[in-house]
Design a binder for this molecule. Structure first.
Ligand SMILES: [Zn+2]
Length: 269
């Protein structure tokens, strides 16, 4: 298989694309961190252009693109990022016009006139190749061993930053779930309160004792507002505080209200 065919298979590999997508980085608002990394790549390699690119199934998207104002993404023609992302290490084209890998590439033949291209692959901790950190120039160049090593370090920095970003995304999601649960509990509590108010209103007209019958140790002198029953058929009248306490603490206790469908629902379920 040629290098080009290899890179197409890897570019569209579902496992790799799943890894790309888990970071939720594609088309996300650009992050200052990636701009800093692109600026460092340009400064250290002495080129006017540097990018942090993520390779999607059918495009190369730029998380940062120093010196390429207004360019958000490019195509997947072989030879540059779409080939470099799956290299084992640095991928360097000293003069793109004479290099068979790149001489037909639109960025080489087109207005940009790309001549020098150096890239280091961005690899996740679980081994997925996401994209590249690149340094680009319109004149031919050589890359020193030190510059090549720095480019690889910068690509590792991108991978590390993406992991941090993923951890933050997970924390935000967990926090959102906790809040939803708390809201659900609050809604359930307010529904209970509403049922108690409705039951009290329904009980207003019926005969009842003067005082709450639920005070355990001391007699409760609060007015009897609600009738509760348990699954054994015992029933009692209580004030709203003691009724709520009984409902929360005794599993088999419920508001004895035919009007609310409570008891009949319970008996005929
Ligand atoms: Zn009471």
């Amino acid at each position: 298989m040629s290098i080009a065919t290899d890179s197409v298979a890897l570019r569209t590999d579902p496992a790799r694309l799943a890894a790309v997508n888990r970071y939720e980085i594609l088309d996300a608002p650009t992050d200052g961190q990636f701009d800093t990394i692109a600026a460092a790549a340009a400064a250290l390699c002495g080129t006017p252009i540097a990018t942090v690119s993520i390779v999607d199934a059918d495009r190369v998207w730029f998380a940062a693109a120093k010196g390429l104002d207004g360019v958000a993404q490019v195509g997947t023609e072989p030879g540059l990022c779409a080939s470099a992302f799956c290299a084992d290490g640095p991928y360097v084209v000293n003069d793109a016009v004479t290099d068979p890998r790149t001489l037909d590439h639109p960025l080489v033949r087109g207005e940009l006139g790309l001549r020098f291209y150096a890239a280091a692959p961005i690899v996740t901790t679980d081994g997925h190749q996401l994209g590249t950190v690149t340094a680009i120039d319109a004149v031919p160049r050589e890359l020193t061993e030190a510059q090549s090593a720095v480019l690889c370090h910068l690509a590792d920095q991108v991978a590390r930053h993406l992991e941090l970003r993923l951890a933050t995304l997970k924390a935000v999601r967990a926090e959102r779930e906790l809040r939803a649960e708390a809201e659900e509990r609050a809604a359930a509590a307010s529904e209970l309160a509403a049922r108690m108010r409705a039951a009290a209103a329904a009980h207003v007209t019926g005969p009842r004792p003067r005082h709450c019958q639920l005070g355990a140790a001391a007699e409760c002198t609060a007015p009897a507002e609600l009738k509760i029953a348990d699954s054994w058929g015992d029933s009692a009248w209580g004030c709203s505080t003691h009724v709520e306490e009984a409902i929360i603490n005794v599993r088999s206790v419920f508001i004895a209200s035919e009007e609310l469908g409570g008891l009949s629902t319970y008996l005929h379920r």
